[in-house]
Design a protein around this ligand. Sequence first.
Ligand SMILES: Nc1ncnc2c1ncn2[C@@H]1O[C@H](COP(=O)(O)OP(=O)(O)OP(=O)(O)O)[C@@H](O)[C@H]1O
Ligand SMILES: [Mg+2]
Length: 258
Amino acid sequence: MAETIVEVKDLVVRYGTRTVLNGVNLAVKKGESLAILGKSGCGKSTLLRHMIGLSKPKSGQILIRGKDISEMDEDEKIEVLKKMGMLFQSAALFNSMTIGDNVALPLREHTELEESTIKIMTNMKLDMVGLSGFDGFRPSEISGGMKKRAGLARALAMDPEILFCDEPSAGLDPVVAAGIDKLILSLKKAFKMTIVAVTHEMASVKIIADRIAMMHEGKILAIGSMEELRGMGHPVIEQFFNREPDDEEIDRQRYLMA
Ligand SMILES: Nc1ncnc2c1ncn2[C@@H]1O[C@H](COP(=O)(O)OP(=O)(O)OP(=O)(O)O)[C@@H](O)[C@H]1O
Ligand SMILES: [Mg+2]
């Protein structure tokens, strides 16, 4: 059995009186690509933020290779988090900086590398995501799909062992979306990266995922391969796998594309 690299134990998250995560348990195995699936607003981004240590759990634990993040000292935490890359839902690029500087940021923050080396590494990452030559552009000067790819290049800057992606292909046209999904899959194959991708696009799930964790009502309802989940015959899972996007979701996609 593959080693567990990240484990979420009994994670509870409340905002005010609203409970968003109500006892999430999840183990990510080394080398797998796990898709976290669930409807809009169910707490997928919240879960991811906790998994990468950006938010501190009030109740429950996040273990990285068996060690609780909250019990690590600052230096240890930084070392662990350096090995985790994150592509944010909104790409989260700094508009005041060029694409090149956005991608170089983690290297400038976390390494003592020479500027000339940083430039080479940055260009290499941009090349990997098909953005070579765009280092001098600003985020406002590139398309939505290119922003996602630039966000991916930044997530890859430190050669992470685990790549977390929040909706890597949402809001993009199907061809561009499939391109990003395939790119993520190729990273997994080439670098044996562990992938945790939040999505609600079945097309993405089919391309990326070895296993699927289905979130529902603040918990992981089921986890397994596509066939295993389908075999459960659970109405919520069936609805997810068979549905057409509703009006709310179409509006949201348009909003994300704007
Ligand atoms: N910082 C916050 N303060 C208050 N409420 C929050 C905060 N962050 C998230 N929430 C709420 O928690 C719920 C889950 O949000 P989250 O962004 O994790 O959902 P999601 O599953 O990622 O949704 P989507 O698919 O639309 O991205 C939402 O109802 C949201 O309003
Ligand atoms: Mg989200």
